[in-house]
Design a protein around this ligand. Sequence first.
Ligand SMILES: [Zn+2]
Ligand SMILES: [Zn+2]
Length: 320
Amino acid sequence: MDHVVSSMFRGITRDRDRGDPLIATASAGHSELAVKRFLKFTFPYIAVHLSCLFVLTVGFSWFALIVSILVYLTRGIGITGFYHRKFSHHAFQTGRVVQFVGAWLGASAAQGGPLWWVAHHRRHHKVSDEQGDLHSPLVEGFGISHHGWLARSNADPTHVKDVEDLARYPELCWLDRNAWIPILSTAFGLLFAGIAIGRLFPWTGTNGPQLVIWAFFLNTVLLWHVTFAVNSVCHRWGKRHHETTDDSRNNWLIGVMALGEGWHNNHHRFPGTSRHGFKRSQVDFTHLVIRTLARVGLARDLHPVPARLWLSSKPSRWTI
Ligand SMILES: [Zn+2]
Ligand SMILES: [Zn+2]
């Protein structure tokens, strides 16, 4: 099971010197790619969902719930702050160590390696809601835009030409090829921590299996669907505060759940900002974290929201 989980979402093995993997896969038969995609995504995706049913056997503890929330926020920031805002859009800069830690956290969310994730996301911005957008609810329907696109063989390759800026970093390429390591580290770390805490502090009411189910499996599934909802829900339901060439929306529920990413119409209007909420009521937890990192010297060059795009009259407190 863990081996299966480890390989989920991974793009094909790639190496800068071998060029664009799309070329490498062009000669492969379609059925071969389909089988590969089934083993990489569809089977483990279903298996992880089914694993959540073990919640009925491991029981509940407040400790496990709190740990799960903390893990959700931490891995979520890896996706929203680093995979998305930093790597995909260069919304802020960090040193190389912080960059790697952020990429590690993102990879631990079992959403693929950083190069694969960023390459697909940049393609989405290039052709949003047009032919070629792999996860547009307007082009393909809601189910495909939410998660069905991941089961297709054309979701597999990484367009290395779209991420040459990231491919300059050997540690990010290594992480991209070995995205299973942060995933397994998280799962086993929670297992061993749960065993130890359950024995040392029995009042917590937790144990290893409980912590793994609550803070890894349930957590992973929730984070998947919230991330996927940015692609599906936020291109269908919500307010359009800005005219854009796509059908992106600002959706408050996804805005909260996805740590600020649900202000998606704002994001498509001006993708390079470190803050996605363009007014005070549009809460943006990711930006709060980025701003905190900047204040302690771990992030710099935060790209502010242009004053002309602010949706409220008092932006000064929220600008960088
Ligand atoms: Zn979008
Ligand atoms: Zn984006």
